[in-house]
Design a protein around this ligand. Structure first.
Ligand code: GRG
Length: 298
């Protein structure tokens, strides 16, 4: 059990270190594969992500009475899926980005084919980890279903397609925007909560409450991301380097304005905290995390 009196940021940093170590190990154990592929997988996995999704897995497991260590394979698996999505999102056929987290994107560093294949390999390794390393096999199977639904056509991939299509919509609405983000960002975040909860032995009602929490913080996370992008864009525009591809993107601030976006994200965080109120003090870290989403600056 973690120490509940430890400051939140210190706890976060310790969990990041734990996840980073575990990811490195999971990659080292991924068997005999071409060195360039392993290098590309490792490059993006270790490029300094916040580790939000794996930390959610660990905290959800603990909030349900489980031991964080039993949730480490699922924590690594979800970060691998997230990393794959970022590699593919940066490709010329999608966002065509040359930098991520201040470093050259995978296709700039390793070439387009290797970037696509590194993403593919991370996605498949994630499911192998879930299937192989979660001891209770019925739980492993349920986690595979959670993650597959969250990442696939009804989740993140479907959301990405809808997002690309939304650039051509004549009359975008808040409902359309939220439907896109529930799938593109929200479903993966929800699956972090449900996988952690399953591994922690949650009952169905708790699983549902955590799913609701995940949906709310997922949307709030996306709104904050849009607001941070806006600040970043303004800075870039000041320097004359804003990318053409960023124009016309459907975002919360472009649709409902900055103030309303802030209000909406605050309401979502309140709703998230209400949904985990039945967990009592066991939900303390998740509550802190929800508030942290509003305060984040990157
Ligand atoms: C290409 C299959 C495929 C999916 C792409 C998730 C996604 C769909 C694209 C990523 C681009 C993006 C801006 C998505 C919105 C969600 C989001 C803010 C992702 C970044 O997540 P963080 O902030 O990233 O957790 P770090 O760098 O901390 O890991």
């Amino acid at each position: 059990m973690s120490d509940s009196s430890q400051p939140f940021k210190e706890m976060w940093s310790n969990l990041q270190t734990l996840v980073n170590r575990q990811l490195e190990e999971a990659l080292d154990q991924s068997g005999d594969c071409p060195p360039i592929l392993k290098a590309a997988m490792s490059y993006s996995l270790s490029a300094g992500g916040k580790r939000l999704r794996p930390i959610l897995v660990l905290l959800s497991c603990e909030a349900c009475g489980g031991d964080q260590s039993t949730a480490l394979p699922a924590a690594c698996a979800i970060e691998m899926v997230h990393t794959y999505s970022l590699i593919h999102d940066d490709l010329p056929a999608m966002d065509d980005d040359e930098l991520r987290r201040g470093l050259p994107t995978s296709h700039i560093k390793f070439g387009e084919a290797n970037a696509i294949l590194a993403g593919d390999a991370l996605l498949t390794r994630a499911f192998e980890l879930l299937a192989n390393q979660i001891e209770v096999k019925s739980c492993a199977a349920a986690c595979c279903v959670d993650l597959a639904n969250a990442a696939g056509a009804v989740g993140m991939v479907g959301g990405q397609v809808a997002d690309l299509e939304s650039e051509h919509l004549e009359n975008p609405t808040l409902e359309i925007l939220e439907a896109i983000h529930k799938r593109k960002t929200g479903r993966l975040i929800c699956s972090a909560l449900t996988m952690g909860a399953r591994i922690g032995g949650a009952d169905p009602a708790t699983l549902k409450n955590l799913e609701r929490y995940g949906t709310c913080i997922g949307l709030a996370f996306q709104i904050t991301d849009d607001l941070l992008d806006l600040t970043g864009d303004e800075e870039k525009m000041g320097k004359g380097v804003r990318k053409d591809a960023d124009h016309g993107k459907l975002t919360y601030p472009s649709l409902i304005g900055v103030e309303e976006s802030r209000r909406r994200s605050q309401n979502l965080i309140e709703e998230a905290c209400l949904s985990i109120a039945p967990l009592g003090s066991h939900g303390q870290r998740l509550e802190e995390l929800a508030h942290f989403i509003l305060e984040r600056d990157h």
